[in-house]
Design a protein around this ligand. Structure first.
Ligand code: 1GP
Length: 251
């Protein structure tokens, strides 16, 4: 069923905030997954994103297969490379790095993935991926050999708008995994006010306060990875609360 994008759009339209836990197949120990998924289920998380900058081939597929047996939350590929595509997931963020000028990450990887995706039943979601300066060099910057955008809201909004006008279905503002500085609220607000499509924000969010600030500024879906990798007790601050206004599709 191709429903991941529709669900995100409906949530955004109804101001229901979404939270994706990002799992890096190379960093996650498979033995620890049952406990990790239990914590995800007890929290307000609504999605699991899977991906990393450098992941050993097969590892993504193995991880998704294990997760399938543990959860009915949507499993969404957030791949750093073509080798991270697997049919076992529910959807694919088909990322084009529109903040950069490296043709390989604007269209090159996509051409390489086309033979596989032509036959795929994955839900493919075209996503404009916008890397923003965040206080230190990010893995995305290092791997893609592109410069992040300066924290200049006009230029970032123009980039996001260009992605929307090209037909992308989501915009992802990325500060980079483990960023020192998350995407500033004023940038999120400025970009969101200018967009008709849902807005994803990630990178460097490690507290409930920062999460709420991103939501309040207009993020429809926030992605958090490193904070959970470093400290599982962060889930305690994100426990489900019927009054919280979050929506969780898990039955
Ligand atoms: C990285 O935006 C994601 O691509 C999440 O970042 O690991 O810093 O939470 P963190």
């Amino acid at each position: 069923m191709k429903q991941v994008l529709e669900h995100i759009k409906a949530a955004a339209a109804n101001h229901k905030k979404l939270l994706a836990v990002l799992i890096d197949p190379d960093k996650q120990r498979f033995e620890a997954l049952p406990e990790f998924v239990d914590l995800i289920h007890a929290s307000v998380s609504t999605h699991i994103f899977i991906g990393g900058s450098t992941v050993a081939p097969e590892r993504t597929e193995q991880l998704v297969s294990v997760l399938k047996g543990l959860t009915s939350l949507p499993l969404v590929l957030f791949p750093g490379d073509v080798s991270q595509l697997t049919e076992t997931a529910d959807a694919l963020l088909y990322l084009s790095l529109i903040s950069g000028d490296n043709p390989e990450y604007l269209i090159g990887k996509h051409i390489k993935s086309a033979p596989q995706l032509r036959r795929s039943s994955l839900e493919i979601i075209p996503t404009g991926y916008v890397l923003i300066e965040s206080g230190k060099e990010s893995a995305v910057q290092r791997v893609t050999h592109t410069e992040p955008l300066k924290r200049n809201k006009e230029r970032i909004a123009d980039t996001a708008k260009a992605g929307e006008l090209l037909g992308m279905q989501l915009i992802y503002l990325e500060a980079g995994s483990g960023a020192l500085l998350p995407v500033p609220s004023e940038v999120i607000r400025f970009v969101k006010n200018d967009l008709k499509i849902p807005l994803i924000v990630g990178g460097g969010i490690r507290s409930k306060k920062q999460l709420d600030a991103a939501y309040e500024a207009g993020a429809d879906l926030v992605v958090i990875g490193t904070a959970f990798e470093k400290d599982l007790s962060f889930f305690n601050a994100l426990k489900k609360d019927i009054h919280s206004g979050f929506v969780n599709p898990k039955p």
